[in-house]
Design a protein around this ligand. Structure first.
Ligand code: GLN
Ligand code: ZN
Length: 754
């Protein structure tokens, strides 16, 4: 039984790659120095995997920016605007970031989320007459590098069909699949190149198999693997991020030497595919979760796998469900984790050891070592049981339909709110955060280091809040916010105050390029020991008679941006989070806060890969939001915010959330994205963004008026608010103040015309 690694995090356990890249981009180190740091990381990561007993080490998982981009460069797919002479490392950076230490800047290529992960890839741009030529040697040079270090390697690349699927077409519409034959020819050359280095196995990843595919794409898979069957290497066809049971017939008919399946997402696939394997085919069982941070219950896994180990012998390989790219690197560097929490965890390096232990449980189940592993797993389960909080469970069990519903329908609430709040037509507001200045960040870091007392920290942030309120008053905004100066991150801030949520020091995961995120760990039942935002909200409200919005992060967003425990359903965790937020909402209302915003920017991210699974997700996600929002009286206005405008297939769910006001990002789309709201006859109030906060440009009054006129063609005036696309945290006051002044003036101008 081989251990199969699909890829290791490239960023380094102390984010060495991040820092090296940023130094290189600032021209503080040269390319040779950057290459040396990268080579060091690869050497270390290969060695760790070899030490854990992985025989065929993955190559191609390393990338300076993104592995999809590396593959594009390998295939010679580089937009002309970035191609200045031969492809080199700076070409890749120009594609990814628009600029590099050498070459002329040009607009960066588009970046988007990789399937249902928080990893972002650079979207390949394909022209109708696209040529594919092996143009960038990184992949085979890395294979040579590992071989020179005494390893056997297994190059890992995105397969041709997924690559095409992820690409976008430029310069007119055409069917991407027409490019498949020439793309396959390039893959054949690449595989031959690997074979010439002595490589025997190549892994081709086709995660699109986790999607529903129409006949054309299914046929593309069929013809591609038929053709690659002739290559002088064995192909391991890998899928992950979801079950591919729905493509069983197709996949089992493909002439590949092996299949890798994400067993974590669907255990039933084991029996299904094991029975249809061809005589020599290998099955790589992805049983260790590559998307999460929790230690596996290896004894139970061994029990599940034992019959297949028996059936398949050495044709069964053991693997993580996907590349370990989505997990932090090494738990052993954490010094501040509570031992109870640490015992529940396994990061990338630990997951390799888990594979090795699983192998041992299957090969030598009666050994003393195996017994010790099983005892540890028992212990782990006991501890997981202790993460239950009887009070939380009782509260959840006692919920009734009433708890998920406001007292009255929207039309009645709207009247009550109008009477209470007395807002003008087209009220102006902002989304929550105001510029986080260097001074604020510096203050927080000194407070965290203990150099500034809690009282002093509080005091200084109050000054910042006061200043933020005064600026908004001067601008004449109708509904104010306190500015979120006390928050580094909208999820972290709440996570730090919730019971059941933990934090690491180095649990970083690559999001894109050099950007990493450190998601909170939801490891136990969640509850709110004490109010989280009440002091800030009431302080801000004490400074003015105008309404100040309370500002909370919603349960669905906290869930998606955290590593979530797996011993209970995500739905249950969402409801636990919802109860915690609900308590905060109730406290805010009690304290006289009349408008409360519950942000859900990650709501859409949770949509499953298969459309047929969407409804179930939407049902529980909407319910969790409603649970968080429904404890208030009719006259208390609930807002939500989502910073995207792709509502085509989800508008019914958005309406079902029943927020009194929703603010969305629309400024770039010229309000076209309101079409779905119009067609749906969306009943509640909407604030379509009129200020693109991602750009340093300051929108003029006339531009804002024009945007709102477009909005008013689609949505009734009484339903409309005026606000920016999103929070203003990353902007400067020098841009924000004139932009908001123009926004307020635009509102006044529009009111005057009525
Ligand atoms: N209230 C948050 C802010 O303004 C919302 C951020 C977001 O939508 N991502 O920063
Ligand atoms: Zn936003």
């Amino acid at each position: 039984m081989k251990l199969n690694s699909l890829g290791f995090p490239r960023i380094g356990r102390q984010r060495e790659l991040k820092f090296a890249l940023e130094q290189y981009w600032r021209e503080e180190i040269n390319q040779t120095e950057l290459q040396a740091i990268a080579a060091d990381l690869r050497r270390t990561h290969w060695q760790w995997q070899a030490d854990a007993g992985v025989e065929l080490l993955p190559v191609g998982d390393f990338a300076f920016y993104d592995h999809v981009l590396t593959l594009s460069a390998t295939l010679g797919v580089v937009p002309e605007r970035h191609l200045q002479g031969d492809i080199d490392l700076d070409t890749l950076f120009r594609v990814a970031r628009g600029r590099a230490p050498t070459g002329t800047p040009a607009p960066a290529a588009q970046m988007t989320k990789f399937f249902n992960t928080n990893y972002h890839y650079i979207v390949p741009e394909l022209k109708e007459d696209q040529q594919f030529n092996l143009s960038w040697p990184q992949l085979w040079q890395e294979a040579e590098e590992a071989i020179a270090q005494g390893h056997q390697v297994k190059p890992v690349l995105l397969g041709p069909v997924t690559y095409l699927h992820l690409a976008k077409t430029v310069g007119g519409k055409f069917n991407k699949l027409a490019l498949l034959p020439s793309l396959l020819a390039a893959y054949e050359q690449l595989l031959a190149k690997f074979a010439s280095l002595g490589v025997t196995w190549v892994q081709l990843d086709e995660p699109i198999l986790a999607l529903e595919l129409d006949a054309e794409w299914q046929q593309a898979l069929r013809s591609s693997y038929q053709q690659l069957h002739g290559a002088p290497v064995k192909v391991l066809l890998a899928s992950y991020y979801g079950s591919i049971a729905h493509h069983h017939e197709l996949v089992s008919s493909l002439p590949v030497a092996g299949l890798h399946l994400d067993i974590v997402s669907d255990r039933e696939q084991l029996a299904l595919f094991a029975d249809s394997l061809a005589a020599e085919q290998v099955l790589s069982a992805g049983v260790i979760n590559g998307r999460n941070v929790w230690a596996a219950e290896l004894d139970l896994l061994a029990e599940t796998l034992a019959p297949y180990a028996h059936q398949l012998g050495d044709r069964l390989w053991l693997a993580p469900s996907c590349s370990l790219l989505h997990t932090p690197v090494d738990l052993s560097v954490e010094q501040q984790l509570a031992p109870e929490l640490k015992a529940l965890l396994a990061f990338a390096k630990q997951k390799l050891v888990e594979l090795q232990e699983l192998q041992l449980l299957l090969n030598e189940p009666l050994s003393a070592q195996a017994k010790a592993i099983c005892e540890r797993c028992q212990q782990l389960r006991l501890q997981r049981q202790q993460s239950r909080d009887a009070e939380v469970a009782a509260r959840l069990a006692a919920l009734t339909a009433q708890d998920f519903q406001r007292h009255s329908v929207f039309a009645l609430r709207q009247q009550a709110q109008q009477q209470k709040l007395q807002l003008p037509l087209l009220p102006t507001t902002t989304i929550g955060s105001f510029p986080q200045t260097q001074a604020v960040r510096h203050l927080r870091s000194r407070w965290r280091k203990g150099e500034v007392s809690a009282a002093e920290y509080q005091n200084q942030l109050q000054q910042v809040t006061k200043d933020t309120i005064e600026r908004q008053l001067k601008l004449g905004i109708d509904v104010l916010v306190h500015g979120e100066a006390e928050r580094t991150d909208m999820v972290e801030y709440f996570g730090e105050q919730l019971a059941g949520v933990g934090f690491t020091q180095y649990g970083w995961v690559q999001s894109y390029g050099s950007r990493c995120v450190k998601p909170p760990l939801i490891y136990a039942d969640v509850s709110r020991p004490q109010p989280m935002t009440l002091d800030w909200a009431t302080y801000a409200q004490s400074l003015t008679d105008k309404p100040v919005k309370g500002m909370l992060t919603g349960p669905v967003t906290i869930l998606h941006w955290s590593f979530c425990r797996e011993d209970i359903s995500r739905e249950t965790v969402a409801n636990q989070l919802a109860l915690a937020i609900r308590d905060e909402v109730a406290d805010l209302e009690q304290a006289g806060i009349g408008i409360i915003q519950i942000d859900e920017p990650a709501f859409r991210e949770g949509l499953p890969l298969k459309q047929s699974d969407w409804q179930h997700y939407l049902d529980w996600a909407v319910a969790a939001f409603r649970l968080s929002a429904s404890a208030v009286q009719d006259h208390t206005q609930i807002h939500t915010h989502m910073c995207y405008s792709e509502f085509n297939n989800t508008i019914a769910a958005i309406a079902a959330m029943d927020a009194d006001v929703i603010t969305i990002e629309t400024s770039r789309s010229q309000m076209q994205l309101l079409d779905v709201f119009e067609a749906f006859e969306y009943p509640n109030e909407i604030g379509p963004g009129v200020y693109d906060i991602h750009s340093p440009n300051i929108p003029t009054e006339a531009e804002i008026v024009a945007l709102m006129e477009k909005a008013a063609e689609r949505i009734g005036l009484r339903q409309l608010w005026i606000n920016p696309d999103c929070g203003l945290k990353t902007r400067q006051w020098e841009e924000v103040e004139p932009a908001l002044r123009n926004m307020v003036n635009a509102a006044r101008e529009l009111r005057r015309r009525l």
